[in-house]
Design a protein around this ligand. Structure first.
Ligand SMILES: O=C(O)C(=O)Cc1ccccc1
Length: 291
């Protein structure tokens, strides 16, 4: 089966590298200019699935992705991969560090390299664009002698740029979680899942009404079933100030009896549940260095 897979483009993003690992066979890989565009494309059936970043070990959730999954589209996570992210500072040939007046990239990439920027290009201003590779493409096309991009080594090759500095992220341990999301949940889960690997489930819980211990009751439902939570994050419901819902990742499959019992209990407390998918983790395989 050949699928159409949308990813946050253009060519040379970290997301493309994640997409190629998540869907390694011969699929049609289609770059989209923003996270919103690729999620809408998957929601409207223009592609079979989309790959987007969802969480970073330094900066936390990619809010745009998380909020889109909650409010804007009906898509399910069917697989995740954690990619070690190493950023490079990319410029047109002949440009030196002291020439750099503007540093462009995805906001998370800029945020992950703050210390480097403050130390080495303290007077440069930053410009945020939809992806790291978009910044690289922009610099190549504009032939700018004042701009640098933060991006991948792959983008340096594709857009014919020099790497002024490598590994510029503030922490060496910089990992990003990417997810494969789709409307064709059952078909794609079957395609990407492997036997004997553990499952995770993502849900969104909205408290029914606010009372002392409401969240505690929700958490107790999982504790009683001895279900391990791997993430809990509150995000505004966007309805009024101070109103939140909770993104919860838990260990187990939605069909596990203990998960079913816990979720039934959550519902009994008056909370509503949105299922975001049960999926497995793909182990990332670093690309072999070309010699
Ligand atoms: O995939 C990319 O290249 C992006 O622009 C998103 C991103 C930014 C920073 C870390 C990982 C992914």
């Amino acid at each position: 089966m050949e699928y159409k897979i949308g990813y946050l483009g253009p060519k040379g993003t970290f997301t493309q590298q994640a997409a190629e690992q998540l869907m390694p066979d011969n699929h049609q890989m289609i770059p989209y200019p923003s996270i919103a565009d690729v999620l809408i494309a998957a929601d409207e059936g223009e592609v079979d699935a989309a790959v987007v970043p969802i969480e970073n070990s330094i900066e936390g959730s990619v809010n745009l992705t998380v909020d889109f999954l909650a409010h804007q589209v009906e898509l399910y996570i069917v697989k995740e991969v954690v990619v070690p992210v190493s950023h490079s500072l990319l410029v047109n040939k002949g440009v030196a560090l002291h020439d750099v007046e503007v540093v462009a990239s995805h906001p998370q990439a800029i945020a992950q390299c703050r210390q480097f920027l403050r130390e080495f290009v303290p007077s440069a201003i930053t410009e945020t664009v939809h992806s790291t590779a978009k910044a690289a493409e922009m610099i190549h096309e504009s032939k700018s002698t004042k701009m640098a991009a933060i991006g991948t080594v792959l983008a340096a090759e594709i857009y014919d740029l020099n790497i002024l500095a490598a590994n510029i992220q503030d922490r060496t341990n910089n990992n990003t979680r990417f997810v494969l999301v789709t409307k064709k949940r059952d078909e794609l889960v079957e395609y990407v899942s492997t036997p004997h690997e553990p499952w995770k489930t993502s849900i969104l819980v909205t408290l029914g009404k606010d009372y002392p211990g409401a969240l505690y009751e929700v958490l107790r439902s999982f504790a009683e079933e001895e279900i391990d939570l791997t993430k809990i994050e509150s995000r505004p419901t966007k309805k009024q100030l101070g109103s939140y819902h909770f993104f919860i990742d838990l260990q187990g499959h939605i069909d596990d009896p203990s998960v079913q019992r816990a979720l039934a209990h959550v519902k009994k407390t008056g909370s509503t549940l949105q299922y975001l998918g049960s999926y497995q983790l793909l182990t990332f395989v670093p690309a072999k260095k070309s010699s």
